[in-house]
Write a protein that binds this ligand. Structure first.
Ligand SMILES: C[S@@+](CC[C@H](N)C(=O)[O-])C[C@H]1O[C@@H](n2cnc3c(N)ncnc32)[C@H](O)[C@@H]1O
Length: 233
């Protein structure tokens, strides 16, 4: 099948919108240093001009295979699939591309998750996992101008960190940060610093303080209960 790499000449001119063909995506992701991070379920990737997800969907597909290969039971598989997904982030300027990006990430996750659940564990997919994946994808694939660091309505771009809770491997803590704070290394709702490179997006620094974004605090929960989006009261 022929890949559609441009939507219109105007979009190429105005937004530099040319999608990357699959063979180039594969070539780049196969570079050893990138591939090592793809294979590490917790390594962070941020695509600041994500388009429809040419890179992120391929990374996710590979992560799902790693999750399957490294899980010895169904509940471990559930957790590993969500961990592999939660460290993938995309920012995209154009609304229609963001919609496709979200849809493509959801499709990639759902299909790979279902196939692995049925073939390796003879289990039907868990709706908790699928719904938690939807919440993660909606939080991590955001509309915005990555250069100005704002959304189309002028608000700061917000990204969520999904951190495993020390000593409780089933549990995750979601924390929201402004993209500004991540890039500048100032603290938004919590403390983020030194996060100027893609693979170190949420490096923590206890000394940072600044905040421009109203704080939303999530209750730590099991990975498969992320879909509940429970807030601290
Ligand atoms: C060359 S395309 C690449 C898309 C995708 N990464 C791929 O490889 O298929 C560049 C993308 O960046 C988006 N874009 C342009 N300016 C942007 C900005 N300031 N912030 C975020 N996205 C932007 C465009 O809408 C377009 O989808």
């Amino acid at each position: 099948m022929t890949e559609k790499l441009i939507k219109s000449a105007d979009r190429v001119k105005n937004h530099g919108e040319i999608f990357t063909p699959k063979r180039i995506v594969d070539l780049m992701i196969d570079q050893p240093e990138i591939n090592a991070k793809v294979n590490d379920l917790q390594a962070t990737f941020l695509e600041p001009s994500a388009g429809e997800g040419a890179f992120l969907t391929e990374i996710l597909a590979r992560r799902m295979s790693i999750a399957l290969a490294t899980s010895s039971n169904f509940s471990e598989y559930n957790r590993n699939c969500l961990i592999g997904l939660a460290s993938l982030y995309g920012i995209e300027l154009l609304e229609d591309n963001v919609e496709s990006l979200v849809m493509n990430m959801n499709d990639t996750f759902r299909n790979a998750y279902r196939d692995g659940a049925q073939s390796a564990f003879e289990h039907e997919p868990s709706s908790k996992v699928l719904n938690s994946a939807k919440v993660i994808i909606r939080a991590n694939m955001v509309q915005g101008d990555a250069l100005k660091r704002i959304t189309s309505d002028g608000k700061p771009i917000i990204l969520s960190e999904w951190a495993s809770v020390a000593g409780k491997k089933d549990y995750v803590q979601r924390t929201e940060y402004t993209f500004d704070a991540i890039v500048d290394g100032s603290g938004p709702t919590g403390k983020v610093a030194g996060a100027t490179q893609q693979l170190d997006l949420f490096a923590l620094d206890d000394d940072s303080t600044t905040d421009q974004h109203d704080e939303i605090k999530y209750v730590p929960c099991r990975w498969v209960d992320i879909y509940k989006e429970q807030l601290v009261e």
